[in-house]
Ligand binder design. Structure first.
Ligand SMILES: [Zn+2]
Length: 616
């Protein structure tokens, strides 16, 4: 047990919060009655309580496998929680001794408890916000997957303002960090568009007690291999064999070496400005030449000072030479890597990059064992919410296999397989390392006295299961700030008293066909899946906002069952609606599908608005 040390840490935490709050004009703590039903209002905007060393714990978890993600005490049996913070971690006997008459004691029955996961680079909230999703639904999806923190890696002004307002009305239950955009992710008239958002008028929001923080600024340095974005910027031209594997290459690449959005002088100057304003910078970098330019800019602006003071970070790092990898280590630049490599396309890397370079696409994974700060990212852009699942990402890192949603597993060839990452390190890359990217490593990301009680109970111990089964692990309970925000069906024994009612669950799912942009004629099927923590009552189908009927619900979907075992009605999550397009005019229309559960709660299925063209 580390009780004494815990008291010190709680004091430090309280003291730092005061300092941060003073330096942050946005600290508009104005608690208003929560209107959302999923969250507990006291979760947010509650002052951190004074250390109550003589008070008993509010909650104790014991008789479990506690994975702390702390080198000094990697495993323990029990954890005590007081208010929003971890009070102590240690043996069953030591922790149970901290209980009192009002303590809620949870017997984990050998289950594993660990820190909540953090997604270090996603677009889930912003893209879903602009798709018209409710924040309540988005938050409930995140906590269902054990995600207690996330980083939106590209925020425009409207989204940032919306999230800050949402925090003021207590709607943000998952810690959300937003990097304000510097330039667009895509080219307009073959040029980058600089659109400095939000950070030009505001200092960063770094207060660790805020649920919405704005710690950084995001730069797009090169392309991404799509026609609107251009190509990654490489030091060598794509070889002639590129067209074998990537026939559309010339629609994407304007030059044989790809596209550079900002040259080294522009990048250095912009980074200096951002750093001087107190922000960290994050760079979209996919080519090796753009990595060099970015590393040069960072080295110049750091001017000999350690990057641990500033936390500048490079995203993707898709193609790195072995020498460049060493430079990341020397500069202590934070790197992120995809957590499930593109293994299913392994055969295309040789023709796209050529013999001398194709293996550079996995060199970034060596950073994990070289003492560099590396986070594993999901980079959700759209589509299936299952892509948020951190256990898919843990599986990807540890096995280097790829298991696409709805597809079958792809085995890595040796040049990829040799970069498999150990389970302990992979867990760090999904918890404490992402916390470090936003300077939250003293507050979240591991189980240590004084940190926020952001914890999850999971179905099995990732250090003990076969690596192939990591993808099957499930979240039983998610806690943020010491309060339960998710309790899985059948897991009530692991959830302390403040359990949100399942009647507040919101249905979710996916419309598989037709696909967005499809041209359809005659009679077609509209089909997909929907499920919930409680039973689905019906799936309503809309055309241009008008209800046109209910789908047939209850077809077997074993693929969905794999990702959501044990949900009511399993595995019959599928729906089908027969649409006679001849009853409607030719031209563009919008199809929508909404699932309604037995409590009457309604959830639009992804994509929320599916635009198709009828052509009879
Ligand atoms: Zn991204």
């Amino acid at each position: 047990m580390n009780y004494k040390n815990g008291l010190t840490r709680i004091s430090i935490l309280a003291a730092s919060m005061l300092l941060f709050a003073c330096a942050t004009p946005q600290a508009t703590f104005a608690p208003t009655p929560a209107t959302a039903t999923f969250i507990t209002p006291s979760l947010v905007n509650t002052p951190i309580p004074e250390p109550a060393t003589t008070q008993p714990a509010d909650v104790i978890f014991h008789n479990g496998v506690v994975l702390t993600i702390e080198a000094s005490q990697p495993q323990a049996q029990a954890v005590a929680i007081q208010g929003s913070q971890i009070l102590a971690v240690g043996s069953n006997a030591d922790i149970l001794a901290l209980g009192g008459p009002g303590t809620v004691v949870i017997d984990l029955q050998g289950k594993t408890l660990m820190p909540g996961f953090m997604e270090a680079h996603t677009h889930y909230l912003q893209n879903s916000y602009f798709a018209g999703k409710s924040l309540e639904e988005l938050m409930s999806n995140l906590v269902r997957f054990g995600l207690t923190s996330e980083t939106e890696m590209h925020g425009n002004r409207e989204f940032i303002d919306a999230m800050l307002a949402a925090e003021d009305s207590n709607q943000v239950i998952v810690r959300t960090n937003i990097f304000a955009q510097y330039n667009y992710s895509y080219l307009v008239n073959e040029k980058t568009v600089i659109d400095p958002a939000w950070y030009v008028d505001n200092p960063p929001i770094l207060d660790p007690s805020h649920m919405v923080r704005i710690p950084g600024v995001k730069f797009f340095v090169d392309g991404a291999g799509t026609p609107d974005r251009g190509c990654p910027f490489d030091s060598f031209p794509f070889p002639s064999t590129v067209t074998d594997a990537w026939p559309e290459v010339w629609e994407s690449c304007r030059t044989p070496n790809g596209e550079l959005y900002l040259d080294e002088a522009q990048l250095t100057s912009a980074l200096q400005t951002v750093q001087d304003r107190g922000y960290r910078a994050s760079f979209h970098v996919m080519g090796d030449a753009s990595a060099n330019i970015t590393l040069n800019a960072i080295e110049t602006v750091l001017d000999g000072r350690p990057n641990s003071m500033y936390r500048h970070q490079i995203q993707h790092n898709s193609l790195l030479s072995p020498e460049q990898v060493q430079r990341y280590v020397q500069l202590d630049v934070i790197a992120t890597v995809p957590s499930m490599f593109d293994t299913c396309n392994a055969d295309t890397y040789l023709p796209i990059y050529g013999e001398g370079y194709y293996q550079w696409s996995v060199n970034r994974y060596t950073l994990a064992d070289l003492g560099a700060h590396v986070s594993a990212i999901g980079d959700w852009l759209g589509g299936d919410v299952n892509l948020l699942n951190p256990f898919r990402r843990l599986y990807g890192l540890v096995t280097m296999r790829q298991w696409p949603i709805g597809g079958s597993v792809c085995e890595p060839p040796e040049w990829i397989a040799k970069h498999k990452i150990g389970v302990e390190r992979a867990l760090e890359m999904l918890t404490i390392e992402p916390a470090y990217t936003v300077s939250m490593e003293d507050y979240i990301g591991s189980i240590l006295p004084g940190k926020f009680a952001d914890l999850i109970v999971i179905s099995d111990n990732p250090l003990a299961v076969d690596p192939n089964q990591l993808i099957d692990l499930q979240v039983s309970m998610t806690m943020i700030n010491g309060k339960v925000v998710y309790c899985a069906v059948g897991a009530g024994a692991f959830c302390p008293s403040t359990v949100p009612s399942n009647t507040n669950a919101i249905p979710f799912g996916f419309t598989d066909i037709p696909v967005p942009g499809e041209t359809i004629s005659g009679t077609i099927e509209v089909a997909g899946w929907a499920l919930d923590e409680i039973r689905i009552d019906r799936v309503e189908i809309y055309l241009d906002g008008q209800l046109i009927g209910n789908a047939t619900y209850g077809n077997s979907r074993p693929d969905v069952e794999h990702d959501y075992p044990g949900r009511p009605g399993t595995p019959n999550f599928g729906f089908i609606f027969i649409l006679d397009t001849t009853s409607y005019s030719n031209g563009s229309h919008i199809i929508g599908a909404i699932a309604v559960n037995s409590s009457g709660n309604r959830g639009p299925l992804i994509p929320g608005e599916l635009t198709i063209t009828i052509n009879n």
